[in-house]
Design a protein around this ligand. Sequence first.
Ligand code: DWN
Length: 422
Amino acid sequence: MCSGKDFFEILNIGEMPPANAFLEKKDFDKEESFPLGVQLCKNCKSLQLRQVISPKLIFQDYCYATRASKPLVEHFHRLAEEIANNYVQSSNDLVIEIGSNDGALLSKIKDRCRVLGIDPASNMAKTAIQEGVPTLVEFFDTKLSEKIKSEMKEARVIVANNVMAHIEDLRDVFSGVKKLLSPEGKFIFEVHWVGNLLNEGGFDQIYHEHLYYHSLHSLQVLLNSLGMTVNDVKLVPIHGESIRVYAGNSGTSSEAVRKLLDCEIEMGLLDTKTYQNFSKKVESNKGKLNKLLAKLKKDGKKIVGYGAPAKGNTLLNYFKIGPEILDYITDTTPSKQGKYTPGTHILVVSPEILLKDLPDYALLLSWNYADAILEKEKELRKKGLKFIIPVPEVRIVELCNDKPFENLANFSINSVAKAIIP
Ligand code: DWN
């Protein structure tokens, strides 16, 4: 981010395969693991991976599909509407999405403006194209931005969600965005917020795809160094808690930008001690969850996993939770069903099994969708299924018949930040 060369080691997860590398049983002996750990830049306080693996290895056959998570699709559709209503001025305006996955966002506005998706995962791009979203199967960089500009002219909006943590040479990507954006154009991108990771011990967001764990501070350092401005920022309750940055080649910064920068200082995001305390919190969480699962198994309880997110594989590998604890893991993503989790080799199956099998406990690995999932599975919960939420604190969620479901979406909103940025 700042070309610094001096780092503190913060957390060493150990060796594990890429978090989205779900695999068939026949490929177990070919599986590769890589070191996983995070360090803090002493200069700009950017939290980042210590070792980087080739993006080709991660994205060549990518299992993650946005459309598998209804709450996420609804979230991106709201953003698509915001872009079309607030930034698109004519049907000839061009909206580009970097990391467009299966086209869930752009398909919502493809009839209101020109759209172009860019994603290196050919299997996801195929779905997007079938949904009417023209998509380039490429990694975005300045070279590609010049080619697009020569063929399609400047972009009115460039949007990128859960992408700017995945790219090593962010300086090159941001320069490409700057070149491709029209003078009054807007660069809108969402990234998981390091404030949430630290505040709630969401260490499971650490995996090889995520090279950076961003604060607004470190993003602003980079954008300003390229002559871009952070015009506005929002906190959104997605993937725990993410920041949505609105940047451009011109304009001023809103009050929300100043408030969040102050909030990051108050939370200690520029203080190394904060990061060292974070790793202690992760260790204590690890002890609590392993103790709970061992006790439930000893009492003869049947435990399964619910949701097979990438983050779940960091938790399972780091906490050494395998098929001896979880009989299987359910997931709504067709491309994950019938495969096994990377490193821990637990079978992933469709959620349909639950009504027949009626396990006693479900470890909610997709804890970031807790409120939607607890609502969706209330019948199962009435039949006795109890959910264990591992992050931010290990807890069993009891069914409370006499009161409406606790709105768990808020448990992921950082109370300090929420008070400051409604
Ligand atoms: O950056 C990334 C993050 C932001 O999204 C990507 N590298 C990959 C992905 O990470 P993830 O896999 O941790 O994301 P999700 O969206 O938390 O994954 C949720 C998983 O849970 C999906 O596989 C779908 C599944 N699911 C389910 O089985 N039942 C989700 C819901 C809502 C459900 O009801």
